[in-house]
Design a binder for this molecule. Structure first.
Ligand SMILES: Cc1ncc(C[n+]2csc(CCOP(=O)(O)OP(=O)(O)O)c2C)c(N)n1
Ligand code: SF4
Length: 275
């Protein structure tokens, strides 16, 4: 019987100098991936990171695994081919909101509906970072950037809604400031058989600083973040005094002072992706 593999975070750090701006949220995602992978017990030579183009897509250089810095928006196609050719591999796609939802939108929806066993990490900073700050498909309406000087007039995409629309079988969202939660999502994504997609709210300090401040500021975050746990009612808030229930077919936020916990929606992680 072969010995269990004992690796550490250092084993997954490459010798390449990391070239992201100081303070970029990408560092936290890289560090958490390097910390989480040893816990999966997979040999380094069986792990592959495939990215498209963007700041986030520099990720494979910094991982001491196999990697491909590929073609803009096309990482899902390379990942699909690789996984089908060698199912033993743990295949990860690293992509940005521009890479995955603009030029790569088509490829993203098809890997999700095909449900090939690949893990996708979508760095969402609501901007094109590498090309110096143009608006992206997740930029909010009214957002002024170099390519939308009067403010974006477009309806933004919600990556989770896109994934739900494809009937994806594992969908998660996390944030670069909560590395514990992020690591847990990476572990669950790796364990899932089928395509998993983990959206990470990522702060671009240079071109879109504070895009997720409502979910990072100590004053407001607990009133905006609800951590879904299988079998648990949907409760959140600084005082854990708010919940979500269905009103007809529409979810609504209620105060637990007025409504009993029994009326709240309960998270079922194996339930259908759509209501
Ligand atoms: C075919 C092609 N079109 C456009 C570009 C220019 N380009 C490079 S990266 C990028 C978008 C990057 O944004 P995102 O995916 O959000 O990644 P980030 O840099 O923010 O991590 C664009 C439009 C390109 N390199 N190739
Ligand atoms: S431009 Fe933004 S996303 Fe790119 S490395 Fe700098 S802070 Fe990070």
């Amino acid at each position: 019987m072969s010995e269990p593999i004992k690796l550490t975070r250092k084993d997954f750090a490459s010798d390449q100098a990391v070239r992201w701006c100081p303070g970029c949220g990408d560092y936290a995602i890289l560090a958490q991936m390097q910390k989480t992978l040893p816990e999966l017990g997979i040999k380094k030579e069986n792990i592959v990171f495939i990215s498209g183009i963007g700041c986030s897509s520099r990720f494979p250089y910094y991982m001491n695994t196999y990697g491909i810095h590929s073609i803009h928006g096309r990482a899902p196609t390379l990942a699909s081919g690789l996984k089908l050719a060698n199912p033993e591999l743990s295949v990860w796609v690293i992509t940005g909101d521009g890479d995955s939802l603009s030029i790569g939108g088509n490829h993203l929806i098809h890997i999700l509906r095909r449900n090939i066993d690949v893990n996708i990490v979508l760095f969402n900073n609501r901007i094109y970072g590498l090309t110096k700050g143009q608006y992206s498909p997740t930029s909010l309406q009214g957002h002024k950037t170099k390519s939308s000087p009067m403010g974006s007039v477009e309806q933004p995409l919600n990556p989770i809604s896109v994934a739900v629309g494809t009937e994806a079988t594992f969908i998660a969202r996390t944030i670069d400031t909560n590395v514990k939660h992020m690591g847990e999502m990476f572990k669950q994504a790796a364990a899932h058989k089928g395509t998993s997609i983990v959206e990470v709210y990522q702060n671009c300090v240079i071109f879109n600083d504070g895009a997720w401040s409502y979910a990072t500021d100590n004053q407001t975050k607990d009133d905006h973040i609800l951590e879904l746990e299988d079998g648990k009612p949907l409760i959140f808030g600084t005082e854990r005094d708010k919940g979500i229930r269905l009103n007809g077919l529409t979810p609504e936020v209620v105060s637990l002072a007025d409504v009993s916990e029994d009326e709240l929606l309960v998270h079922d992680e194996d339930g259908p992706a759509s209501l």
